[in-house]
Design a protein around this ligand. Structure first.
Ligand code: KG4
Ligand code: ZN
Length: 350
């Protein structure tokens, strides 16, 4: 079964064709990074307008790369939640139009749930359940328990900033260019970066809590870089005052604290859900070098089956949407033309 996936929840217009949930025949991503760079973040109105112009050629390219005609598509899947509402509406409208015109089913997919699936793409071996799932993205940071690929339960989530958002804000505090997460990772990963120059907080939120908090870490870095502000909010110095070496060391301190918080919570989750021997990880921050290395070590120490996405499936993409849709379709999930774009996730919350 060939499923065409469409993804437009934020600032990537993406389309992909995936066969039987696993074999990625094509995956095309039209990034909008250049359009948003001058604003230092995603501007929703610019994003939705760019989707309008980028999505149709992106879908055409995905079909062409897969070597298929539209008539060979058996279903259309679309990321319909969560995300920027204007951006979601463009993808959902395109998916509805295609499904209606071709007379094939439409399947709405939760983007966060799809991130959990990304590590199963292009993998022929079935995954052992139950599993723990970790989503670390620009908008979400959460841990789930999955009893099957389609059924998950939320165990804990961030109570304020998401880890990717914290990375991007930390990068801005250090004066790095947008998009900041990968740049901060690269800086922190330089061989002689010293992560002991300062101690940034790792939030615990109570013994054994599976929730996350990243706003304190971000503020601690801000004060480290610019000093404690005087009454009235005036900072003692600008980030320009940092030497390149000090900047690199502070990036390493931030990376150490941000990743340690994830590993701490995963440790709690593994203790509480000892029946889970599989770990599914997804979201943009799963591309982070330090996090990937620590997850590999954890998996080998604990005998866990780790499903980390290939780098091309860490960030937003449509292959994860089409892949998960196949399982949803098999499980009897089928939407119709009343499918709605929804700004919030429903992953694990039913
Ligand atoms: O999953 P994603 O593509 O979009 C959302 O669904 O939010 O994640 C994007 C986030 C951004 O915050 C970006 O800075 C972060 O993932 N990111 C990274 C790295 N690569 C992407 N953060 C840290 N280290 C990286 N290597
Ligand atoms: Zn995402």
């Amino acid at each position: 079964m060939n499923i065409l996936g469409i993804e437009s929840s934020c600032d990537e217009s993406a389309a992909a064709v995936v066969q039987d949930g696993v074999r990625v025949l094509s995956s095309v991503i039209a990034s909008q990074v250049d359009l948003h760079a001058e604003y230092g973040g995603v501007v929703p109105e610019i994003a939705s307008r760019a989707h309008v112009s980028q999505l149709t050629p992106t879908i055409s390219k995905a079909l062409c790369d897969a070597g298929l005609e539209l008539g060979q598509i058996d279903a259309v899947a679309v990321g319909h939640r969560p995300g920027l509402i204007g951006s979601l509406l463009v993808g959902v409208s395109a998916a509805k139009a295609l499904a209606w015109a071709m007379g094939v089913p439409i399947v709405g997919v939760d983007h966060i749930h799809a991130h959990l699936y990304a590590g199963l793409l292009d993998q022929s071996e079935a995954v052992e359940m139950p599993a723990l799932g970790l989503v670390v993205s620009g908008g979400h940071t959460a841990i789930y328990k999955l009893t099957s690929v389609t059924d998950c339960q939320l165990l804990g989530a961030t109570i304020d900033d998401a880890i990717g958002e914290a990375y991007d804000k930390a990068a801005t505090i250090l004066g790095l260019a947008y998009p900041g997460g990968p740049r901060l990772d690269a800086l922190a990963s330089q061989p002689d970066a010293d992560e002991t120059v300062c101690k940034l907080p790792i939030s615990r939120l109570g013994k054994d809590s599976l929730d996350f908090s990243y706003s304190g870490l971000k503020t601690a870095l801000l004060y480290e870089v610019r000093g404690i502000p005087a009454p009235g909010g005036v900072f003692q110095r600008d980030h320009d005052a940092l030497s390149e070496l000090h900047k690199r060391d502070l990036a390493a301190c931030f990376q150490n604290a941000a990743v340690s918080a994830v590993m701490l919570k995963l440790g709690h989750a593994l203790k509480q859900y000892g029946e889970c021997h599989t770990l599914l990880v997804g979201g943009g921050v799963s591309a982070n070098s330090r996090l990937r290395a620590e997850l590999v070590t954890l998996a080998s120490e604990r005998g866990l089956e780790l499903r980390l996405p290939a780098m091309e499936y860490c960030m937003d993409n449509a292959a994860m949407i089409a892949g998960l849709a196949w399982h949803l379709h098999k499980a009897g999930v089928e939407d119709d033309l009343t499918l709605r774009a929804v700004p919030t996730t429903g992953c694990g919350r039913s």
